[in-house]
Design a protein around this ligand. Structure first.
Ligand SMILES: [Zn+2]
Length: 349
């Protein structure tokens, strides 16, 4: 298969071909970075967190119309918590993960089972990886929840990829339970390493995600814009899972992941528009690209509005969350999202 989508192809290789040499640890460092820590105060004041969606979303456009596919529910999962045992098998644990997702984040089960329709091992493979990563001493329930986020993230890549006809120049995004959209793949797509060391990069130095996604030579740095959008979607979902089970999460980098991919996508748009106007024009001429950018922007802020109140969902270095939060609010970068709205015909300036 001609592979336009290096990053996604790597993911699929990881799932299908390279099970012996799993690169996931490189691709999703947010799960590695967190360490048990006592909750800190939220990384920003309540005034800063209030009405984020109202501030950043436009009701006339795709982003403002986004309806959250997860809102925290205190729905009991104690039955499954008691069923969990550190000595459980992969099969036992995948059953528990699907059961608790059914209660608090049903879309997660849809994602896993849809991916399993193409690759029956998807859920089990990533469960085994999670148990490997976090099970050094003893695999605990909060680590099972982190693994649920990993499985949803990686099977989410797989579901999109498997349903896509990359050779035909289209990529399918399953954005929510009942919203699917096709995005055009352009042969002239620029690698995302383009944004490494750009004008904005000094605002957040040493971002743990850079060495996986955008640094020269990073495993997926040759990926273009569509795989970067796919990462944005999957990091939104990682946060959605963490948020749904935040009463069981002790630590995570889920907020960092979402803010990082908002920032990467804003910077990519800025860079391509300035350096490759013809490529930018192609991107903006595609309805699927415009709608997907705006939809993901809406999803991120709806999630962040709630998640930012919960310190353990961001990295231990909460100053990094604060820096990322400031970075994505750079007026030049906010303007990139507004340009997409204008191109989509829902805003005038
Ligand atoms: Zn990913």
């Amino acid at each position: 298969m001609v592979c336009f989508l290096v990053g996604i192809c790597l993911t699929i290789m990881r799932i299908r071909v390279a099970r012996l040499v799993c690169l996931w640890g490189l691709a999703c460092p947010h799960y590695f970075d967190g360490r048990p820590t006592k909750p800190e105060t939220p990384p920003m004041s309540s005034a800063e967190r209030t009405h984020l969606a109202e501030r950043y979303l436009d009701d006339r456009c795709e982003d403002g119309r986004y309806q959250a596919d997860v809102l925290y529910t205190s729905e009991e999962i104690e039955f499954w918590v008691h069923k969990f045992d550190p000595a459980n098998s992969v099969e036992d644990n995948i059953d528990i993960v699907k059961s608790i997702l059914r209660v608090r984040y049903p879309h997660g089960v849809q994602i896993i089972e849809s991916a399993e329709a193409f690759d029956s091992q998807c859920g089990k493979f990533w469960m085994a990886r999670g148990m490997d990563i976090w099970g050094d001493d003893e695999f605990l329930f909060h680590e099972l929840v982190l693994t649920a986020g990993l499985i949803v993230h990686e099977c989410g890549h797989g579901w999109n990829y498997d349903a896509s006809e990359s050779d035909s120049g289209w990529y399918t995004f399953f954005l929510s339970e009942n919203y699917t959209i096709d995005v055009r793949l352009w042969p002239g797509d620029k690698p995302r390493t383009l944004i490494y060391d750009d004008f904005f990069s000094s605002q957040v130095v040493s971002n743990v995600f850079d060495d996986t996604y955008i640094s020269p030579g990073a495993p997926t740095s040759a990926s273009g814009f569509v795989p970067t959008l796919d990462e944005w979607l999957q990091y939104n979902r990682s946060l959605a899972v963490a948020y749904a089970f935040h009463d069981y999460i002790r630590y995570a980098n889920a907020i960092d992941g979402v803010l990082t991919f908002i920032w990467y996508n804003q910077r990519y748009l800025f860079r391509v528009r300035n350096m490759y106007p013809e490529v930018y024009h192609q991107m903006m001429s595609d309805r699927g690209t415009r709608k997907t950018i705006l939809w993901l922007w809406g999803q991120s802020w709806r999630l962040l509005e709630h998640a930012l109140e919960i310190p353990q969902l961001g990295s231990k270095a909460s100053s990094q969350v604060g820096k990322l939060f400031q970075a994505v609010q750079n007026p030049m970068l906010l303007r990139e999202i507004q340009r997409v709205r204008v191109a989509d015909g829902c805003a005038t300036q």
